[in-house]
Design a binder for this molecule. Sequence first.
Ligand SMILES: Cc1ncc(COP(=O)(O)O)c(C=O)c1O
Length: 399
Amino acid sequence: MFDSSTLFSNAFSGLKGNIIRELYKYTSQPSFISFAGGNPSPETFPNEELAEIAFKVLKENSVACLQYGVSNGILPLREYIAEQMTAEGVPTEVENVVITSGSQQSMDLLSRAVLNPGDRVLVESPTYVAALKIFSIYGARVEAVASDDEGLIPEALQEKLEEGPVKLLYLIPNFQNPTGITLPWERRKQIMEIVKNHNVLVIEDDPYGKLRYSGEPVPHMKTLDTEGQIAYFGSFSKIIAPGLRVAYVVCQEAIAQKLVLGKQNNDMHTPNLTQFIVNEFCRRGRLAPHIEDCCCVYKKKRDTMLSLLNEHFPKEIYWTKPDGGLFLWSKLPEGYSSMKLLEYAIPAKVAYVPGDSFFADESGVNTMRLNFSNASEADMEKGLRLLGEQIGRYLQVKK
Ligand SMILES: Cc1ncc(COP(=O)(O)O)c(C=O)c1O
C-alpha cells in the first residue's frame, strides 16, 4: 500500500510554506490592504510595447523562439549583459554570463553546484527569506552575521570566517530585502578585503540596484573582485516584469560552466521567447528610460509611505528610510511581537510581513517589512492609518 507520508526527502519533510504565501488567503480578498507582497507595481509594466515586441520577435525569429535553445542563454542577450556590466566597471565576456529563469533559479543552481550538507553559509541578518530556504534545502548550516543600520558589519564577518571554513557569503548590497538598507562603499571595500583571505564564494544579489530614488549610486561589489570570487546576480524582474522570468549570473567561467550543467538538468534553458523580448527591449535603448519611469512611480510611493508613517504610526515605532527598492523595515519596541500584531491587523483588513522569517536565528520577533510599491495612494493612506491604530491598540494592551 502506498503511503506518501514516508515519501518525502528530509529537506522537504521539514519545509514550511512562505509566510507571504500563507498571508495570501487574507490579502487576496478585495477589501484587504496589503503591504506584505514584494511585487513590482503593474502600472510600471510596459504592456503595449512588450506585446508589440513579442509579435515582432516571434515573426522574425520564429524558429529560434520556439525551438529548444542553448542552456546558457541566447547570445545577443548575453552580449548585451556583458557590455552593460563592463560599462558598470565589471569587465565581462559572454563566457562569464549565464541567463537564468529568475535570480531565484540563479540561487538554486549555484547552491546545487557548490553546497554539500553541513557546509556553512553566511547571510546578513535579516535576509531574503527564499535564500534561507534554498540554502537549507541543500543541507547548509546557515549562520547570521550581525548587521546594523548600514548592513553587514565587517568585523562580525571576520569573526565568523575565523571560526572555520565557509562555502558561501550571501549579500544583497542594494536596497536590501527586507530592510531597504544599502551597504556603503567603505563597507563593500572592507568586506572584499576580508573575504580575499578566505576560500569563500560571495553572492552579490542585486535585483533592486537600479531602482534608486535618492542618494548617489554605489558601485557593484564585483568592481572590487580581483579573484573571481563574486557571483553577481542581476534580474529583469523588478525593472521590466517578473513574469518574463529572465535574469542572469555574471561570474568566472569555471562557475558559469557548472551553472550551465545545472540548467541542462533542470529547465534546459530559460524560455527563448522571453529572452528575445528582453533583448529587443534593451537593444532599442528602452531599458534606461523605462527604469527612469519606474523610479518616478516608486519615488512618489516611497515618499507617500514615509510621510504617512510619520502621520499615523505611534512615536515608539522605528522604520528605515530607503533610497530605493520596494521595501522599508519597521520595528516595534523590544518585547513586542509583529506576529501577535497580525491578530489585530488581520481583522482590520491590513497586512504586512512579520519580520522573524527573514532571520537565520530566532531573532527579529518585533520586526516587520512594509512594501510600498503596490498599494495605491488611497489604499496607502487608509491602510497605514488602520495599521497605526492597531499598533496603538496592541501597545496599550501589552502595557
Ligand atoms: C533579494 C531577492 N533576490 C532574488 C529575488 C528573486 O527574483 P527573480 O524574480 O529574479 O527570481 C527576489 C525577489 O523578490 C529578491 O527580493
